[in-house]
Every structure is written in C-alpha cells, then in structure tokens.
Design a protein around this ligand. Structure first.
Ligand SMILES: Cc1ncc(COP(=O)(O)O)c(C=O)c1O
Length: 408
C-alpha cells in the first residue's frame, strides 16, 4: 500500500501543527502507523487516502457518518441552503424546524439548543444542572469520555486540581457505589452524567447490567439530582428517538452530536420543561453555532433516519459483521469478542492485555484496505451493504488464518 504522500504531508504537518496531527487520531497516541495519516475523499462506506488507496471504512468518521459519506439527499439539501448562506447575524428558519423535529422524535424533550461539538453541550448541560439545583457536584463513571474540557478530559496537561474537585466518580454498573456517593454527599450532587453504555477506549464495552438504568433514575429522582445522558456517540445510531429508548429509561437532559449532522458539525442538547428556565440562565453562544448548513444536514439526516428505520437496519448490519468475524476467529482457533451494541462494536481477543493481537489483526486487514480500529469502538452505517460486510469478513478470515499459521 502506497503511503509516500501521507508521510510527506505528515512531515510538513509536524512543522506547521504541534504534533502533526493531534487528539485521538494522532499516530503516536492512538492510531497505529499502518493507517494513512490523511484522507482525500469519501463516498458511501469507503474513502480514498491522499496516496489514492481505497479503504472500506468501519469507523464512519468516528461515528459522525450514519447515512454514508457524501449522501446525495443530504448534500442536495445543503447545496440549496448554501445558495442562501450559512451563518448570518440571526439564526435561519431551519433552527426552529430542527428543534421541532427533535422534539417530535425525543418524547421527554420540551426544548432544544444547538452548538457545534459534543463537548460544548456536555459542559453546558452540567452547568444547567448546577444552575437548576444550586448544587456543586457532578458524578460520572470512571473512564467515561465526555469531551475536551478540564472537568472531564482524559489528558493531564493544563489542569489544576480544582478542575476535578467537584467531580466524583464510580465504576460503571456499580449501583451501590453510586448510592453511597449520594449518601455521603446529601444535597450536594447536581447531576449524574453517563453515556448510554460504557464505551471506554482500550477496553471492551460494557452494557448496562439489568436494573442499572432504573437504579440510576431512582437515585437521581430521590435525591433531586438531574440525570444527564451523554448521547454524543450513540445518539441516532441505536434509536431514532435517542439511546435512552434503546435501554429503557428517561433522562432529564440529553446531548447529541456525532451522527446528528452526518458529517456536518452540529450538536444539540434537549431537556424537560422543568429545566427551561435554568437553561436560559447559563450563557450559550458560539461564533458559527447558527450554521444553517449543518442544521439543514441534521434535519435531512433525521428525516432519512425515520424513513428508513436506519438504527434498526444498521444494528442488523452490525450483527452480520460481528457474527461473521467471531465465526472467522473461532474457525481459525482464535477467540475474538465483539462487545457493545453490534452497530458500534469494540473488538478484543482473549488473553491480549498488551493489545498486540488486535493490533496485528487490524494491521493485516489494513493491508487489504479494511479500516478496523484496534482500540476504539467501530461504527457501522447505513451505506454498509451485504457486499461490503462480506468482503470485510472474507479479509478477516484470511487475517485470522495468517495469525494462527504464524503462531503455530
Ligand atoms: C460520549 C462522548 N461524549 C462527548 C464527546 C465529545 O464530543 P466532541 O468531540 O464533539 O466535543 C465524545 C466524542 O467522542 C463522546 O464520544
């Protein structure tokens, strides 16, 4: 696989951009070298890197693409809006249309606001909880990612102890630990913020244990704290009406981003009537937040999701892929486990604490143009079809055989 242009660009980037590429797609931090550093274009469930290599993609822009890259109906709607403009002094009519569309789909929601990134609104949502309860403390699950702000980011740089002094943590699924946090901090917890299931990087995903969500809901209601759902990663992929529907509970505030705009930068927070007033008292704005193009993409995306029952369809595609990969592994004498919902599966081998095995598997598949990530959950989208899933399984079978041959 060619990578001259990718490497040249990375060298240039190292001079012009600190670290060349930052965040979770930095080669040093998360993404092994066998992946290209730069993409050129994308269509459906595939993309072309800057060296012209074609990839069959199972990351969907780290979840931001639900209906396939460059979806014609979304792009057409955006092009129509582009003729009128994108960012104005005031919001465009589309903001009201989009807010109403979300409220129609998310049964507990009475209002919606918009920003650009998940982090913008997870941080804002906990401030709404603090404003509403006049309490300082926030509870989150250990290892959960809620964004880049100092109260929750996984890095250490630029932080002071005070950034975390009002954030308490408990182990996912440990209701007793959560209950004890409430008892020890009676009247001081503003909110519990959780993802719909636990999808930490570098570790298998954990689904909610039976009764977990009911227990969290009860504790929040009993102690007068808000239940904030961080649905940034899963929203729209597990259920058209929000992931609380998929797992059967009701939050007070819910934050969406990733799949909402099918690749256009937009996030939303929705909430119950009780929190409308505090939501108006926590300042909310951003330079390009009233972006009519992203709002148009989001509205069209929601329409497509409802029309095609996309979340169910994508789950079914994920089931086919996960079953196929697990079978390919067991036929080759390997033990691969795909954890989490099948449309966002996290892959891991047994006895692979170093992660070398999963890295090797993903590298062998990458040699054949399949983009599987070794330490982050994957994302299926509606552009994946039987052909792409069968091709991925075929490549995985060969990779598993090669791994077994090398071991023996
Ligand atoms: C669960 C979750 N919350 C929050 C965020 C932050 O979103 P953003 O990167 O758009 O700020 C992410 C991003 O990956 C996420 O997965």
């Amino acid at each position: 696989m060619k990578r001259d242009r990718s490497d040249q660009l990375f060298k240039r980037a190292l001079k012009a951009v600190p670290g060349g590429i930052y965040g979770h797609v930095a080669p040093a931090a998360g993404l092994p070298r066998h992946f290209p550093h730069f993409c050129d274009r994308a269509q459906g469930c595939g993309f072309t890197d800057v060296d012209g290599n074609e990839w069959l993609d199972f990351m969907c822009g780290f979840g931001s693409i639900l209906h396939g890259y460059n979806h014609p109906e979304i792009e057409e709607a955006v092009a129509r809006q582009r003729e009128k403009g994108s960012v104005f002094n005031q919001p465009a009519e589309i903001m009201v249309d989009l807010a109403e569309a979300l409220l129609e789909r998310i049964e507990f929601a009475d209002w919606a606001v918009f920003a650009k990134n998940g982090s913008d609104l997870t941080t804002w949502a906990i401030r709404v909880a603090r404003e509403s309860t006049k309490r300082p403390l926030i509870v989150k699950a250990k290892g959960a990612y809620h964004g880049v702000d100092a109260w929750c980011d996984p890095g250490l740089g630029g932080r002071i102890p005070e950034d975390r002094s009002s954030v308490l943590e408990f182990e996912w699924n440990d209701l007793e630990a959560l209950s004890s946090l409430f008892s020890r901090n009676e009247g001081r917890i503003a909110a519990v913020i959780l993802t719909p299931y636990h999808h930490a990087a570098f570790a298998p995903s954990e689904l909610p244990a039976p009764g977990f969500w009911k227990g969290v809901e009860d504790l929040c209601r009993r102690h007068g704290s808000l239940l904030v759902l961080d649905d940034v990663r899963c929203g729209g992929r597990l259920s058209e009406g929000g992931s609380h529907r998929y797992f059967g509970f009701v939050p007070d505030l819910s934050v969406y981003s990733k799949a909402l705009g099918n690749g256009y930068a937009i996030s939303a927070c929705v909430g119950r009537e009780d929190f409308r007033k505090p939501s108006m008292d926590v300042f909310l704005t951003g330079s390009c937040w009233n972006d009519a193009l992203a709002m148009t993409a989001a509205l069209k995306s929601l329409e497509l999701s409802g029309r095609g029952k996309v979340a169910d369809a994508v789950l079914e595609k994920g089931n086919r892929l996960c079953t196929g990969l697990e079978q390919a592994a067991s036929q080759a004498g390997q033990s691969l486990r795909m954890t989490g919902p099948a449309s966002m599966p996290y892959p891991s081998f047994e006895d692979d604490e170093s992660l070398f095995k999963i890295q090797k598997f993903c590298r062998l598949c990458a040699e054949e143009g399949i983009y599987f990530h070794p330490h982050h959950n994957w994302f299926l989208g509606n552009a994946h079809d039987d052909e792409s899933i069968n091709r991925a399984i075929g490549v995985a079978e060969k990779a598993m055989d090669r791994m077994s041959d090398e071991v023996s």
